[in-house]
Design a protein around this ligand. Sequence first.
Ligand SMILES: CCCCCCCCCCCCCCCCCCC/C=C/C(=O)SCCNC(=O)CCNC(=O)[C@H](O)C(C)(C)COP(=O)(O)OP(=O)(O)OC[C@H]1O[C@@H](n2cnc3c(N)ncnc32)[C@H](O)[C@@H]1OP(=O)(O)O
Ligand SMILES: Cc1cc2nc3c(=O)[nH]c(=O)nc-3n(C[C@H](O)[C@H](O)[C@H](O)COP(=O)(O)OP(=O)(O)OC[C@H]3O[C@@H](n4cnc5c(N)ncnc54)[C@H](O)[C@@H]3O)c2cc1C
Length: 645
Amino acid sequence: MAAQIYSGEKYASRRREISANLAKRPEFHDSKPLPFMTREEKILESSRKLTLISKHMNEIIDPSDKRELYHLNCEVLGIEGNPMALHGDMFIPALTAQASDEQQEKWLSRALRREIIGTYAQTELGHGTNLRKLETIATYDVDTQEFVLHTPQITALKWWPGNLGKSSNYAVVVALMIIKGKNYGPQTFMVPLRDEKTHQPLKGITIGDIGPKLAYNIVDNGFLGFDHYRIPRTNLLMRHTRVEPDGTFVKPPHAKINYSAMVHVRSYMITGQAIMLAYALTIATRYSSVRRQGQIDTTQPEVKVLEYQTQQHRLFPSIARAYAFVFAGAETVRLYERVLQEVETGNVSLMADLHALTSGLKSVVTHQTAQGIEQARMACGGHGYSQASYISEIFGVAVGGCTYEGENLVMLQQLARYLVKSAGLVQAGQSSKLGPLVAYLGAKSDSTSLIDRTPTPGFAEYVKTFQHIARKQTLKAAQKLFGFMEKGDTREVAWNKSTVELNRASRLHTRLYIVEAFVRRVEEVADPRLKEVLTDLLRLHVNYELLDVAAYALEDGFLSSSQLDYIREQLYFYLAKIRPNAVSLVDSWEFSDRELRSVLGRRDGNVYENLFAWAKASPLNKTDVLPSVDKYLKPLMESARASKL
Ligand SMILES: CCCCCCCCCCCCCCCCCCC/C=C/C(=O)SCCNC(=O)CCNC(=O)[C@H](O)C(C)(C)COP(=O)(O)OP(=O)(O)OC[C@H]1O[C@@H](n2cnc3c(N)ncnc32)[C@H](O)[C@@H]1OP(=O)(O)O
Ligand SMILES: Cc1cc2nc3c(=O)[nH]c(=O)nc-3n(C[C@H](O)[C@H](O)[C@H](O)COP(=O)(O)OP(=O)(O)OC[C@H]3O[C@@H](n4cnc5c(N)ncnc54)[C@H](O)[C@@H]3O)c2cc1C
């Protein structure tokens, strides 16, 4: 099963080898539980481990394999980030996709060797979503052939970029490019921020950390201001866009080609989110098979809480989602790598499809992941609320994905633009022009679903029902938009009056895609034992998801209430059928205890003694009487007692 999850036996077994290798190297382990460290201690500890990774990586992994590096990071550094997180996640991808060969020679090679540390500085205090209104300006000075970076007001301060505050000495900075008074929109520049020897900020640069956040606190998200700060013309990233010495602008082959670092993260983060969801579910499912409370049969001993149907309903559909997301994530990465290669040859035709797909997936997957993690926390009762479970940290890190790389409700609208265009083609009788991701929009619906109307309903009937729902909502929402426009609203006003419905269409389209990705993967499985278990999980998935969106199919009679009853019964049937495999389904992700960092999620199930040991190790328990008691509580109680006398 691990080979299914990790798209092949080769990587699944490499993960095991890497984990086994690290188990023998205590210097790579956390020196104490992360929840007991201050933010400063965590950053120090993470930097220590980063240095070790840098030194010994070649003995443990093949550093050219992204997946191996990712696994090494998960084991050693964990999810709370590290001082070079953005260096790998965005700085290197931005240089790879946007720097010319000559620029790559100069900077990318140094970045890969870790001679310099970089980040991606785009968001500002006043603007994150609306990139066209960023306020940092890069004005071209033809005389000196330099760009002058400037922060004209406080809202123009870069704000949020990861590792900008304290760790990075370079950044790929996004600023509005002005040449001879003309605004050429957001462009990307390579900008030195700190002296390479002293690490002191360079003259003209104001820089620092933005303070603690909900989670992800090992990362020093930062602020940055420029005071007429000059960089050479050749620091504009010029793989696709160019500015000649005389200020002539040479257009890229696609207007949004500069957004590639964002598309890179959106493509990869689907897998990252699946893994965080699987972390939380591993912890909650294992704990639920250790925790005994209450009885189902009063003549029998207390049961494991995993026997309760409510607990299964809380956890198993999310287990199915984690599988669905990792399968969809693998497809997304394949498409991303293909588009990256095609763009290199000047073919930008798939950029819009990739953007639409990743915008939708990023939004639906992060939202459902956060919901699933929070349910996993509640499934652990009181102990879920303790940081010993580590689920609160997983939640905090994962939920950040709803905001970064494009706020979810904004990114759903990006997909909606694509869907509206496709609906326009359908309306114009040009369905043959629809791309493969939206071809179903042009198909004719059956009048009713055949779920429960055939002897053994296959997945095709479910897929058709999801297609019907997504098609109906897309065409309806587009019609709403066109209707407002026909009545005289501008497109923008009409759009704003239709966005809730448009975003619903985007979610339904994306949920259909996720179901189809799951079906595609299960169909490929050859081993009959694996196929059976994955088929059960997929059946749980389609029934759970369909129930969740059934209102759309009930309102036009595509599904009847008796079919709905059938879907519910199927759901309950598969909850029970999956129960014996539940622990194996989470164990199949093969997370080591080191990687999970959870007392509740321990593989050996020895939860109670380890919770007690963890509590005793709390810094508060170093002394029996705290200074706060000596200084305040004792005098308070003493004066209360004295006044009673
Ligand atoms: C199986 C195991 C294997 C293991 C393998 C390992 C994998 C594990 C990896 C885990 C990795 C996890 C990584 C986690 C990283 C965590 C770090 C997070 C750091 C966070 C960083 C950031 O947040 S950076 C800042 C991000 N900011 C944003 O995202 C801003 C959002 N805003 C925008 O993107 C844009 O402003 C916009 C898209 C909303 C609007 O842009 P604009 O105003 O310019 O455009 P329009 O709306 O007018 O649209 C015009 C037109 O352009 C099209 N378009 C827009 N963007 C793109 C694009 N990128 N590509 C193609 N086309 C695009 C748009 O659709 C419109 O088209 P039309 O045809 O006109 O409709
Ligand atoms: C953990 C984390 C890490 C980050 N790392 C980086 C980084 O490394 N580099 C970087 O540059 N940035 C980074 N960011 C910033 C991040 O990319 C932005 O915060 C994000 O893109 C959202 O933009 P915003 O903050 O401007 O939200 P806003 O746009 O202000 O969103 C506020 C609300 O307005 C709504 N809204 C905004 N525009 C529209 C619209 N057109 N239609 C309808 N509703 C709208 C949103 O849906 C939301 O409800 C990070 C953020 C976080 C949380």
